[in-house]
Design a protein around this ligand. Structure first.
Ligand code: SF4
Length: 302
């Protein structure tokens, strides 16, 4: 019997698909998530969590951008001014914290470079699709939401809440924001992942219970600007997303059932490619790693 609840999020499923060994190292041995392993008194568990939680500089920068985006949206919602200088200071503090938590040196030159790369994404939010219209009259109501608020499907925690919701006429717009996208149009699998927001929406007592009353948006930073993709919700889309969700949860349950903290990681399937290993904290110990990493513990390739 599986005692621990399963956590579903697109990033977890991606990690499992990219490299099962990495997934097990972080999420089974290191008890991934929060509070997860850092509070464990067992050194092996705490170490696996810390290594699994390491991120490369690009990810640390994107994490600080996401926090800045959340601040920007909350201030818009509260009708407050967004002073650029304060936002830059806030991002600098977050970057320094993120670098410290990831075990790297806090280098002022590096922080400046990360600000140059990341801050334009926050300062361009007032030109982003839909976000630029929030103060106009045709947007009747809107509010930021917390995508980190989990919902339960059986014994599994799933992350299905949008970043923001807006009503225009009798249509509700469910928005997922991304600080970095490679292409405007989501792949088929990404569309299914986005479709889980429909499940959340129709189950929300204060919202319509018909998927066609919603439009799903993905708004993200692609090649120096914010671009949007949107699609009207439908029952077919919602149902297909639920099938995907059920399949993913089964796969995650299986991997947790068949592996324990004391698993021999070397016996697990590994997908050692430069792309997968460069951002994996386990790479120094993993015999299948495809990259050699500098010795300060902070992954420098992006
Ligand atoms: S180093 Fe590469 S092969 Fe090894 S667990 Fe990490 S991603 Fe997988």
């Amino acid at each position: 019997m599986l005692k621990k609840s399963i956590v579903w999020s697109p990033s977890r499923v991606r990690m499992l698909n990219e490299c099962p060994r990495r997934y097990v190292h972080f999420n089974v041995v290191g008890k991934g998530g929060w509070p997860g392993g850092p509070r464990s008194r067992i050194p092996k568990v705490a170490n696996a969590w810390q290594l699994g939680n390491k991120r490369n500089r690009n990810d640390l920068m994107l994490r600080a951008v996401s926090d800045g985006v959340k601040d920007w949206i909350s201030m818009q919602y509260r009708g407050e001014e967004w002073p650029e200088a304060n936002a830059k200071n806030e991002m600098t503090a977050r970057l320094r914290n993120n670098l410290k938590d990831s075990g790297g040196e806090i280098d002022d030159g590096l922080v400046k470079k990360m600000i140059e790369e990341g801050f334009p994404r926050i300062s361009a939010l007032d030109r982003a699709p839909l976000l630029s219209q929030l103060s106009r009259n045709h947007v009747e109501e809107w509010m930021p939401l917390n995508r980190l608020e989990a919902h339960w499907v059986g014994n599994s925690r799933v992350y299905t809440v949008p970043d923001m919701i807006a009503r225009i006429g009798d249509i509700w717009h469910l928005v997922r924001l991304s600080s970095q996208m490679w292409r405007r149009v989501p792949s088929e699998i990404q569309q299914l992942e986005l479709g889980v927001m429909l499940k959340w929406a129709v189950e929300e007592p204060s919202l319509p219970n018909s998927p066609d009353k919603f439009v799903i948006h993905r708004i993200g930073w692609v090649n120096h600007r914010w671009l949007g993709w949107k699609k009207r919700g439908s029952t077919v889309w919602k149902d297909a997303s639920q099938v995907m969700l059920a399949h993913d949860i089964k796969e995650l349950q299986f991997i947790h059932m068949t592996n324990q903290e004391n698993v021999d990681l070397d016996t697990l399937a590994a997908n050692g490619s430069k792309k997968n290993c460069k951002n994996c904290g386990f790479r120094n110990e993993c015999p299948s790693s495809a990259v050699v990493i500098p010795n300060n513990g902070l992954i420098s390739e992006t």
